[in-house]
Design a protein around this ligand. Structure first.
Ligand SMILES: Cc1ncc(COP(=O)(O)O)c(C=O)c1O
Length: 381
């Protein structure tokens, strides 16, 4: 094993599942705000699309994906972000965005080249780091802070770091904080990336989960021009369409990068089954169900935000995403353990890297009624 991989901590969500299972076995009623895995049913029209596409003869899927899925993804990008991408050359399906994120450095980072570094924010989604380490690259986590709105600002990094950086990750609406950004921020990041020959990777899996009348979170594609040079964005059916178990998403952007990634991915064997791609195509072609789902998440956010404030906890106000980020009133691990005693599963901020210390995350998963029940059981500060 690569020494850097051996040193990786266990995947945080796996730890959480183990603790939760032990409690449930002991008969404790569980309110699981841990993993961001929503419980709202997958819309019936998506199930139908899946069932109708089960083939009589099963053959290997192609890494390029079905033209229908690529066309549906392009249609979504055009409607939602006014980004006119070519489905043949600028879109590539993924077996969920996680694997595409994880594999990116394997394809686009040469550890011997002097451009061996991947930049990402902490707190953040742990896969940016693990993908980097498995590819033999150098991880460069940048601590994100409340006073900077949890924004990763590439322009503030030392010149020698920018010179060594192969890939930089952005993720807004942000997991775990719910921080959002505007187009001008994205334009600045893309300009810095292009200036330094950095592949800008924008993880956009929460783009359709804005709360109420809040501004719609923009895509980096909106500031990239039609060729999207130097940019790849990552989208997912998981949270937008209630399809975490389907493993379906796509990568879009620069056609040269897409062509290279397509030829690499043939080796990984990551083509999705045809019926999953048919379900994905149905999901991307429809916006109403995404609207219905974000209305539910927004209602949960409001209940929890008001509840946390009543309990005297300081929250980071958010306009989109699947999470509520709040300051722990004591050491975050100790606080999570105290919540767990009452059956309330939360994620201490350290799960998302060193920059998460002192905070905790609630995933908007339990129903609104369960959120009220959990708040009644919540430990006081
Ligand atoms: C920021 C971020 N990116 C990517 C993913 C992966 O999503 P999926 O593989 O289900 O598309 C997640 C999942 O929680 C996430 O939080």
């Amino acid at each position: 094993m690569l020494p850097s991989v051996r040193a990786l901590k266990p995947y945080p969500m796996a730890q959480l599942q183990a603790r939760k299972a032990a409690l449930a076995k002991a008969g404790t009623r569980i309110f699981d705000f841990g993993t961001g895995d929503p419980v709202e049913p997958t819309p019936p029209f998506i199930l139908e699309a899946l069932k109708n596409a089960v083939p009589a003869i099963s053959q290997y899927p192609s890494v390029a994906g079905t033209p229908e899925l690529r066309r549906a993804a392009a249609g979504y990008l055009a409607r939602r972000f006014a980004a006119p991408l070519d489905p043949a050359t600028q879109i590539l399906p993924a077996a969920g965005s996680k694997e595409a994120i994880f594999h990116l450095p394997l394809a686009f980072l040469d550890p011997t080249s002097g451009k061996d570094t991947v930049v990402f924010g902490t707190p953040g989604y742990p896969v940016y780091e693990s993908g980097t380490l498995f590819a033999g690259g150098l991880a460069h986590p940048v601590v994100l802070t409340r006073d900077k709105g949890f924004r990763l600002e590439l322009e503030t990094l030392p010149a020698e770091v920018l010179a060594r950086t192969a890939i930089a990750w952005l993720n807004y609406p942000h997991n775990p904080t719910g921080a959002c950004v505007d187009r001008s921020y994205l334009a600045t990041q893309l300009a810095v990336a292009r200036q330094h020959g950095i592949l800008l990777a924008s993880d956009e899996c929460y783009q359709d989960l804005w709360f109420g009348d809040s501004p719609k979170p923009p895509s980096a594609l909106e500031v990239a021009g039609p060729d999207a040079s130097g940019l790849l964005v990552f989208h997912s059916c998981s949270k937008r369409s209630g399809m975490t178990g389907y493993r379906s998403g796509f990568i879009a952007g620069d056609k040269t990068l897409i062509a290279a990634y397509r030829s690499w991915r043939v080796h990984f064997g990551v083509g999705s089954p045809a019926m999953i791609e048919a379900a994905g195509a149905a999901a991307w072609a429809d916006d109403q169900h995404a609207h219905d789902r974000r209305t539910i998440f927004a209602a949960k956010y409001q209940v929890l935000a008001a509840g946390m404030t009543r309990l005297g906890l300081s929250i980071l106000p958010s306009q989109a995403g699947l999470y509520l980020w709040a300051q722990a009133p004591e050491d975050a691990d100790a606080y999570a353990a105290r919540c767990l005693d009452r059956g309330i599963v939360i994620s201490p901020g350290g799960f998302f890297g060193a920059g998460g210390a002192g905070w905790f995350r609630l995933a908007l998963v339990p129903t609104v009624a369960e959120c009220h029940e959990a708040l009644a059981a919540w430990p006081t500060c």
